[in-house]
Ligand binder design. Structure first.
Ligand code: OXD
Ligand code: MN
Length: 592
């Protein structure tokens, strides 16, 4: 497999601790993947779905107590606590290694340890970083084969180098009390134990491509961000790229696969998806910021995905997909989830593995759902109908605009532009979303989620902001920075803006601003469009007055928000850059 002693020595050590019965190297071949799928089906770990309707698709159910990322059990283990900062959970590396060693010891007895050499980014490219994940789960192997680039070519590209991320995953007993997702950025190491759920165990994704990569990016002068990458093609064939960060439940995958509304489609506009979750950004030789999506697939939320909300995603999942925790339709051996259509299957098994009675399903009561609200599809990027032709370009794509967004009922207007990079960093740092009635707890509570990275920065949040400011100084021709809010509501709580494909109307204003092709109104929070510059042609129920309303800056709620921002900055503590306090002071002054 490899003569790299750094790799072999580490695997020997991990195997001595976990004590697997055998070790299998994953080579990236179809034959091996097929064997593993067959084995998983024979044990019940996977269920093969209808080959005619859903070719090469499988269903998996996790343990009932293991259905989501666990932020309270996720740790950044740096030597100094200060380096992890106040937003992350911290454990001293020695203490964490000792604690988890106890949990790992003997945990793979009688099992197979799979060795997955994988690349985030195109193997051999300047952007690429390599990892090896050791796991006792076939489900993890098969997901990693979709989500990353796996195979012997990764080992060849790595050669004798020690420069790879060492990931160890063991399901152990799936014991919640002893579930840990731990990152050791100083050692290029990730240890995950007692979970089998995607975000906790597909170590290339959040653990490596965001937490470890953000740490490496700061050290090496680039950025790892929780951003989609979308290309917009103009009728003349020119394509402009946007990267955008949104907290969860704000429609990131939908925006990444947006379909232009008829007014634009008829003129020849097209949209192309480069990525739906993660962007690695570097300064190009031309002085612009260039982005790649380091992943190779989509790990998307299933409920709510349908022909209207995201036909591209739905199409992507029609082959070569692993579905997790959705409804199993026994009549035709397919899958279903809430929001797919209005025809729930009559003869079905729910995500828990129990017979499911669709007549008892109550939209307002999540416990009656057939699919878990966080049920997922793991689908291959190559099957996405709107996949960008630049997806496999090792150089990535040049970014014209960075877009931040959140779910705010009143505070944020439909769109505004920051004054400059420093102010744009401020705009990202104050990102927030309000909780919805869908989740337990109070409605309308603001959760600050800077750059949608709150759970994903692998170091001190204050230092992360400083890195953004530093990058701004280094990029000769930086993208312009914007904020959007698709979620303003009227007094009855109804969304005012139609959203989905119509968001393109706002993105085109953004791109016009990037080229100085359209004016704007300067307000206390940034530049806001003139209402007539948002194209409403073909929109039902949206008038110029609606747009005016969507663009108002509600000064009293901004003043309230500013207080909340100051509190949040206080929590981040003394690593907060002074420049961002200056921006906050200036905002308060402008608000009067
Ligand atoms: C997330 C995800 O939780 O992408 O952000 O799964
Ligand atoms: Mn995400």
């Amino acid at each position: 497999m490899t003569k790299n002693v750094h790799v072999t020595k580490w695997i020997d050590e991990m195997a001595a601790m976990t004590q697997p019965e055998k070790i299998v190297w994953i080579d990236g071949s179809d034959e091996q993947a097929e064997q593993l799928r067959a084995e998983a089906c024979s044990t019940g770990e996977l269920i093969k779905l209808n080959e005619e309707l859903l070719p090469n698709c499988y269903l998996h159910r996790t343990a009932l107590n293991d259905v989501a990322r666990v932020e309270n059990r996720t740790f950044i283990c740096t030597t100094k606590q200060e380096d992890a900062g106040n937003i992350n959970n911290w454990m001293a590396p020695a203490e964490c290694y000792a604690k988890l060693t106890k949990l790992y010891t003997g945990s793979m007895k009688g099992k197979t340890m799979y060795v997955i050499p994988y690349s985030m980014g195109i193997v051999g490219s300047d952007f690429a970083k390599y990892g090896i994940e050791l796991t006792d789960s076939i489900y993890v192997v098969l997901n990693m084969l979709i989500m990353t680039r796996v195979g012997n070519n990764v080992l060849e590209a790595l050669g004798d180098s020690p420069d790879f991320i060492k990931g160890l995953h063991a399901k152990a007993d799936l014991d919640e009390e002893n579930r840990y997702i731990c990152h050791f950025p100083e050692d290029n190491t990730i240890w995950s134990v007692n979970s089998g759920y995607g975000g906790n165990v597909l170590l290339g994704k959040k653990c490596f491509a965001l937490r470890i990569a953000s740490y490496l990016g700061r050290k090496e002068g680039w950025m790892a961000e929780h951003m989609l990458i979308l290309g917009i093609e103009f009728p003349n064939g020119e394509i402009k790229y946007i990267s955008a960060a949104f907290p969860s439940a704000c429609g990131k995958t939908n925006l990444a696969m947006l379909i232009p509304p008829a007014v634009y489609k008829n003129l020849g506009y097209k949209t192309w998806c480069v990525g739906d979750d993660i962007a690695w950004l570097r300064i190009g030789k031309d002085g612009r910021l260039w982005a790649v999506n380091p992943e190779n697939g989509f790990f998307g939320v299933a409920p709510g995905t349908n022909e209207k909300s995201n036909p591209n995603a739905l199409h992507t999942t029609m082959r070569d997909t692993i579905f997790t925790n959705v409804v199993h339709d026994l009549d035709n051996n397919t899958v279903w989830w809430e929001g797919l259509n209005n025809n729930p299957p009559k003869n079905a098994i729910d995500w828990k593995g129990n017979k499911w009675d669709y007549t008892k399903y109550d939209k307002k009561d999540k416990s009656t759902c057939g699919a878990h609200p966080n049920s997922r599809f793991t689908a291959s990027a190559k099957n996405c109908p709107c996949l960008s032709s630049e997806f496999n370009n090792p150089a990535g794509v040049p970014i014209s605009a960075i877009v931040f967004g959140g779910r705010r009922a009143k505070t944020a207007p439909l769109v505004y532009q920051s004054f400059n990079w420093q102010h744009g960093t401020f705009v990202g740092s104050i990102m927030a979303s309000e909780t919805t009635a869908a989740a337990a707890g109070a409605v309308g509570v603001v959760r600050r989620d800077p750059m949608a990275m709150r759970p994903f920065v692998g170091y001190n949040m204050g230092d992360y902001f400083a890195h953004w400011l530093e990058m701004g100084k280094k990029i000769p021709n930086p993208p312009k920075i914007f904020n959007v809010n698709w979620f303003r509501t009227d007094d009855e709580g109804n969304f005012i803006w139609p959203g989905f494909g119509d968001n393109m109307r706002v993105l085109l204003w953004i791109l016009a601003r990037c080229e100085d092709k359209v004016g704007a109104v300067e307000t206390a929070i940034g530049y806001v469009p003139k209402a007539e510059d948002i194209n409403i042609e073909g929109l039902k129920d949206v008038t110029l007055d609606t747009i005016k309303d969507l663009l108002t800056v509600d000064v009293p709620s901004w003043k309230e928000d500013a207080k909340n921002i100051r509190e949040f900055y206080g929590v981040i503590g003394d690593h907060m850059p002074k420049e961002l306090y200056d921006e906050l002071d200036a905002l308060e002054k402008r608000l009067g």
